[in-house]
Design a protein around this ligand. Structure first.
Ligand SMILES: [Zn+2]
Length: 580
């Protein structure tokens, strides 16, 4: 009997959170404001946080409970409303949104149900350690050393850096679970969080106590000021207040380290001991790239900030114009390529990833073109293209009933897939530039106002306004829907001798793919070539006439500026007799 009771209680205590978990709407509340005092003790790898958060019910139902999540290496200490302790259940919640692969979730019973659009203010306290943890990556098979260089977030004596949502939840969030094993699950959960939190406000006061000289304390993208500094014999205590940061494309990242600083008009470079050369190369490259970027995207709204990561093998991380990157390379071309992206973020900002990131990658292609010519830019885009064209061709083979839904979900305006909103979007901007010309596209970009971007059609309308042509088909195929990629081939070509000298070539170009594009077509002959551009809509063909002075020998459709699913059928040899 006693055993059965124990068994019953054991089962029920397991069941209770599960039952709760099913009825919880974790994404009901938006955290509209954070006001947090953060204490960091690097020697103990410890973090202690006290502060206030405001939650707004953005669901359509009244909410009696709220979910608050922090990294699983942190523990909830207290949650109050109006000075009164609230009841909460703390439970582990599996999710790859945190580097530990789990969150400490507090399920809080609110004093009263919060109606839709209603708000509640909470006073919170939590603490714990943040150590380097590669669990979520190693458990999906990432080699240990790569995993540790990739998930570098940690508190330690010589270098502390924490990226926040998506890496380590050092401030509270509320999200459904995300799994790295499940395709785009993490990107989608994080994308939804960013969309929900766009417009939220974060204010941090950071206090750090440690040994030796006081380090610098930064919150990426925010202006931080030291408000007090105490230096004892062997220890120090620094307090820094960081100006409130609007979320949106910026995700606050905390960095504490001893940096040397290099200031230039367009960039601040913070570098670690011994890396003066790489820092100078980067700063010089940024200054060289800056005029091209302002010419395209307007004056810099702020300086870019480049801050060194301690592990030279770590991949860079960006938030707005704040970049964390290893500074070991002394190659000016590579530095300029990175700086062009960062400068574009400093000059131009949009809450829409295909615009924000697409343009920053487009800026890199423009930089390469300015440095080494058009082919260099096309080669660079080719590298990006190989990443997303595999995914596109796989998708093209699936003829499922939900094709139309899939086209909408994967469209540039809706996707959370980085390969699409970065690499594919870059190619879309390049195609628009080829179609409109530099001046028209620059004018369209100059007329963009972040605060007026309320509809997905806002940017397409600005672009359309600068062109005499109807571009609706282009936006339909590439932006509003994901119709995959075009596949061009020359179906036929007939040459006829014209008087007095020359040949008229009639070419039919097929597009076997579903997305239309304007594509360059080049006719080659002995001693020269002629290039024309023509629009070929999806699953359609277009006829074009090209005059050449000598017998045409070869036709090449697409110079690589239009992403295509199959480029093996792009060259057409003209039979000797037909042409002469
Ligand atoms: Zn970027």
């Amino acid at each position: 009997m006693k055993l059965r009771c124990l068994g019953f209680f054991f089962l029920c205590s397991l069941c209770a959170p599960v039952v709760n978990a099913f009825s919880l709407d974790r994404e009901a509340f938006t955290f509209t404001s954070y006001d947090l005092n953060v204490r960091v003790e690097p020697e103990l790898r410890r973090l202690g946080v006290r502060g206030k958060i405001s939650l707004r019910n953005d669901s359509s139902a009244p909410q009696k409970v709220a979910v608050l999540q922090i990294s699983s290496s942190l523990d909830w200490r207290s949650i109050k409303a109006g000075g009164k302790q609230l009841q909460f259940v703390s439970q582990p919640y599996s999710s790859d949104i945190d580097h530990t692969g789990a969150l400490s979730e507090a399920v809080v019973t609110l004093p009263e149900a919060v109606l839709p659009k209603g708000t509640v203010d909470l006073e919170i306290a939590y603490e714990g350690v943040i150590v380097l943890d590669a669990t979520r990556l190693t458990r999906i098979g990432t080699p240990e050393s790569t995993a540790r260089s990739t998930d570098w977030d940690q508190i330690s004596t010589n270098f502390t850096a924490m990226r926040g949502a998506g890496y380590v939840a050092w401030y509270p969030i509320a999200t459904e679970d995300a799994s790295l094993e499940d395709g785009q699950s993490l990107a989608e959960v994080l994308g939804r969080w960013k969309t929900r939190e766009a417009g939220s406000r974060m204010h941090f006061q950071i206090a750090e106590t440690g040994e030796g000289e006081p380090p610098q304390i930064l919150i990426g993208g925010a202006l931080c000021t030291v408000t007090s500094i105490e230096q004892m014999d062997l220890a120090h205590h620094v307090v820094t207040d960081c100006a409130p940061l609007p979320l949106g494309p910026i995700v606050p990242t905390l960095v504490i380290a001893s940096y040397s600083i290099l200031e230039r008009p367009a960039v601040t470079v913070r570098y670690l001991h011994g890396h003066d050369t790489a820092a100078t190369v980067y700063a010089d490259a940024a200054e060289t790239a800056a005029p091209l970027i302002t010419e395209w995207f307007g004056t810099l709204r702020k300086k870019t900030e480049t801050t060194e990561l301690a592990d030279p093998n770590s991949p860079p991380a960006e938030t707005g114009a704040f970049l964390l990157t290893p500074l070991t390379s002394t190659d000016p071309k590579l530095a300029g390529l990175v700086a062009a992206h960062q400068l574009a973020h400093a000059a131009f900002s949009s809450p829409r990833p295909w615009i924000n990131e697409g343009l920053a990658h487009f800026a890199q292609a423009l930089y390469l073109e300015r440095q080494s010519g058009r082919q260099s830019a096309l080669d660079y885009m080719g590298l990006h293209r190989s990443a997303f064209s595999v995914a596109e061709s796989e998708k093209g083979k699936q003829k499922t009933a939900s094709r139309s839904e899939d086209e909408a979900n994967r469209s540039l305006i809706n996707t959370y897939d980085e390969q699409l909103y970065r690499s594919k979007a870059m190619c879309v901007w390049w195609m628009l530039r080829d179609m409109l010309g530099d001046q028209a596209l620059k004018k369209a970009l100059a007329s963009y106002r972040t605060e007026e971007d309320k509809q997905p059609s806002y940017m397409p309308r600005l672009i359309q306004a600068q062109s005499q042509r109807d571009l609706e088909w282009f936006f339909d195929d590439w932006v509003y829907r994901d119709r995959g990629l075009p596949d061009f081939r020359v179906a036929s070509a007939f040459a006829r001798k014209t008087l007095p000298e020359g040949y008229m070539l009639t070419i039919t170009v097929d597009n076997l793919g579903a997305a239309g594009a304007e594509v360059p077509i080049t006719v080659k002959f002995t001693g020269g070539e002629v290039t024309k551009r023509l629009v070929v809509h999806g699953q359609s063909n277009t006829v074009i006439r090209v005059e050449v002075p000598k017998p045409p020998e070869e036709i090449v459709v697409n110079d690589g500026s239009v992403p295509e699913s199959d480029t093996t059928n792009n060259v057409f040899k003209i039979e000797g007799n037909a042409a002469k």
